[in-house]
Design a binder for this molecule. Structure first.
Ligand SMILES: Nc1nc2c(ncn2[C@@H]2O[C@H](COP(=O)(O)OP(=O)(O)OP(=O)(O)O)[C@@H](O)[C@H]2O)c(=O)[nH]1
Ligand SMILES: [Mg+2]
Ligand SMILES: [Zn+2]
Length: 278
């Protein structure tokens, strides 16, 4: 039988699930491929009779957290309650998305659990993200979210307990994914989802992923500013990193309240965390 093309939708130890139009195949990988480290999202050539993966097709991109390749859109699932809302995490994920050519979306969860005052505080950030062109949805807007999945490969990301699996269950009740209450004691989730799986949904694919407790970013200090999309500026120096340079237009715009101060603080924090040169 000839070789066929398919998409890797789950990896469980040495077993790889591949989907192709409407069939699903359970495969193993040839030695050579096994060493190349396959990722969920990979387009592969597989041998239908041997049930082995023969080749990985070139990737458009790949992320470490979540461990997925060929992503079109990243849904940043953001809890407004427990776990606590964090603009720092959002800003870090925006850098990850933009540096990998992925369209980011912010999806808010648990707004039903916060009071007016807490909502007001978060609204300041949401208004700003919208202003710089990022789409923000409440997890109640199921139809709008569903539309965004069509013809795309979407990966979910967000802290453990943020509500990633819950959102997918709301979009498609047949998925029946396991969810778990957050630990009130530790104020975070319980790492319920253990592996990355792509689900077919509304003519697209969406990856439920394990939540995280830390994220790593692999770019140099000097690159961070490129992915704070609204920072493109007329600073005095072309190489300005917007930290304390003379004639920095970004710092001026922060003072003018044109750039949200917390966003700029997150920039400086991420800048400090990154290594000097690649
Ligand atoms: N009240 C309320 N609870 C929510 C909402 N979204 C999620 N939850 C609850 O939050 C808890 C955690 O949700 P999960 O869907 O398991 O979270 P997750 O992001 O998949 O977590 P991991 O798999 O551990 O990464 C569950 O008890 C959900 O019922 C929401 O919008 N409102
Ligand atoms: Mg989950
Ligand atoms: Zn500057």
């Amino acid at each position: 039988m000839e070789n066929k093309q398919g998409k890797l939708i789950n990896i469980n130890k040495d077993l790889y699930t591949i989907m192709n139009s409407n069939s699903v195949f359970l495969c193993t990988a040839r030695g050579k491929i096994r060493n190349e480290k396959l990722l969920v999202g990979d387009n592969v050539i597989f041998n239908e009779s041997n049930k082995t993966i023969e080749e990985i097709l070139p990737r458009k991109n790949s992320l470490i957290r979540p461990l997925v390749s060929n992503i079109d859109k990243l849904f940043i699932i953001t809890s407004t309650h427990i776990p606590k809302f964090s603009s720092y995490l959002i800003d870090k994920f925006l850098v990850i998305a933009f540096s990998n050519n992925i369209i980011p979306y912010i999806i808010l969860t648990k707004e039903d659990l916060i009071n007016k005052k807490e909502k007001q505080e978060i609204k300041k950030f949401i208004k700003y993200y919208k202003k710089i062109g990022i789409k923000v949805y409440s997890n109640k807007k199921i139809n709008k979210i569903k539309k965004e999945i069509k013809n795309n490969l979407v990966a979910l990301t967000g802290q453990t307990g943020a509500g990633k699996s819950t959102l997918l269950n709301k979009i498609d009740k047949n998925l029946n994914l396991e969810t778990n209450e957050v630990s009130m004691h530790l104020k975070r989730g319980k790492h319920t989802t253990r592996m990355v799986t792509l689900h077919k949904l509304n003519n697209g694919l969406i990856a439920d992923t394990p939540g995280f407790s830390s994220i790593e970013l692999n770019i140099s200090k000097e690159e961070v500013k490129k992915y704070f999309i609204e920072f493109q500026s007329k600073c005095k120096y072309k190489t300005c990193n917007h930290i304390n340079e003379d004639g920095c237009d970004v710092i001026k715009r922060v003072k003018n309240k044109e750039i949200l101060e917390e966003r700029y603080e997150n920039y400086k924090k991420i800048y400090e965390e990154m290594k000097n040169e690649r």
